[in-house]
Design a protein around this ligand. Sequence first.
Ligand code: FAD
Ligand code: NAD
Length: 464
Amino acid sequence: MKEIKTKLLVIGAGPGGYICAIRAGQLGIDTVIIEAGKPGGTCLNVGCIPSKALIHAAEEFDKVAHLSGQNALGISTSKPSIDLSKTMEWKDGIVSRLNSGVAGLLKKHGVKTVEGWAKFRDGKTVEVDTPTGPQIIRAEHVVIATGSAPIELPFLPFGGKVISSTQALALQEIPEKLVIVGGGYIGLELGMAYAKLGSDVTVVEAAKSILPQYDKDLIRPIMKRLDALGIKVLTNVKAKGLSTKGNSLLVENGGNTDQKIPADKILVTVGRKPVTQGWGLEEIDLRMDGPFIHINDKCQTSMRGTYAIGDVTGEPMLAHRAMAQGEMVAEIIAGEKRTWDKVCIPAVCFTDPEIVTAGLSPNEAKDLGHDIKTDSFPFQANGRAMSAEREEGFVRIVARADNHLVLGIQAVGVGVSELSAGFALALEMGARLEDIAATIHAHPTQSEALQEAALKTLGHALHI
Ligand code: FAD
Ligand code: NAD
């Protein structure tokens, strides 16, 4: 059996793993990365990138559909049609360019990629089933970056009509009736996209609200848009299984008689679970945090020399958290003094309109005992938003009442995802309300709503 010795072994080439390996390569560390699928992991192949491609295509389609009817801009055009298989081909092209990009970057930085499924033999030895036979890899340091997978409901196993986000991102035809179980990030992002493409969409959510982690003010504009798109939202409703004929979803509606919702496809998006099985976790007996691998503020696990990063280590399961952890771990292994000291991990929900959160919401700040000042500025009073038909939503700031240190910034609105960088920067730099208020924001931009929100919180907004 072939055997390789290396200083660093990374298992999984998702965003966490490949960034860790690239940074390690840059720092001159002898690095091997093992990947069973394609470079880029969930994010690049079946997550962030293909979902945003589909969302973009659906937005373009919806825009043309809107312009083909009565519209304020005076534009007329004919009704659009779409060949979803072509859209998917275009999306696959982007994914494949990025696959090659990641593979190229790993190579450029001297990282050796091994194809296959890795299994621990002991804490420092891994066996991989490569296409050319088994291979043993021994390493001084190991980084576990095995990611996450969709949660399957036992009474609605994936297969046939019942699909996960992975299949939803590869459909060749637009389902006439799409029922979505779970009104979280994936359910709403993809549900809105398919509704724009023409599906009749129903969302079944077990909690009392969709996107239960966000407050009512942030969700209100999303609810309005869901309604305008004709998406039916059933909250406090649990899925129970398929009907006997298999053509409907059975749901339990507040203890009353079961309801049947006809469906051509049932997309189950009730969360994701860490990939902790099938790679020999039992051989190394790591300390766990519930289903996740326990890590400290250096991403070290309970075993010396073994690190874990990304979705396998818990919430928030976001690509940019995985990447930041990967970069930090490579630097720690190179001997640098690093600890996880991020003030915030911004999150964007790519619904229509989008939601951005960075730092603490008003309620979270109060729950932590802060005495706060908070206010928001509506896009209705922002010239750029008005002139781009983007008037829905607002930017909200949460600051300490005593010294005005900004604790959190949230926004909901069309295109606000690009404001997230400014929000995170303000929090990481320890900005106070006065700093944001005194920063010249270019006119006319949606970002002026951030400056105005700071001014309003200080009691002297200029444009409202
Ligand atoms: P992953 O990306 O899951 O990668 C893990 C890799 O490890 C996989 O390629 C897997 O094949 C490999 N692997 C696992 N075990 C082994 C083994 N034993 N041997 C070899 N290889 C192995 N996040 C965002 O921040 N923004 C978004 O817009 C966003 N959109 C999303 C949309 C969808 C539909 C989904 C499903 C997810 C989305 N996410 C988004 C979440 C994001 O994809 C994850 O947070 C991110 O991919 C986690 O990165 P990771 O490196 O931890 O693991
Ligand atoms: P989620 O946790 O966002 O939402 C799952 C929803 O399903 C919740 O609202 C929950 O109450 C509901 N639910 C759970 N069990 C149910 C049941 N039996 N019946 C009906 N509803 C039920 O999970 P997700 O949408 O699957 O996404 C998984 C993760 O992927 C997210 O937490 C996020 O970390 C990541 N993600 C991020 C983005 C982004 O950053 N834009 C996009 C997609 C996914």
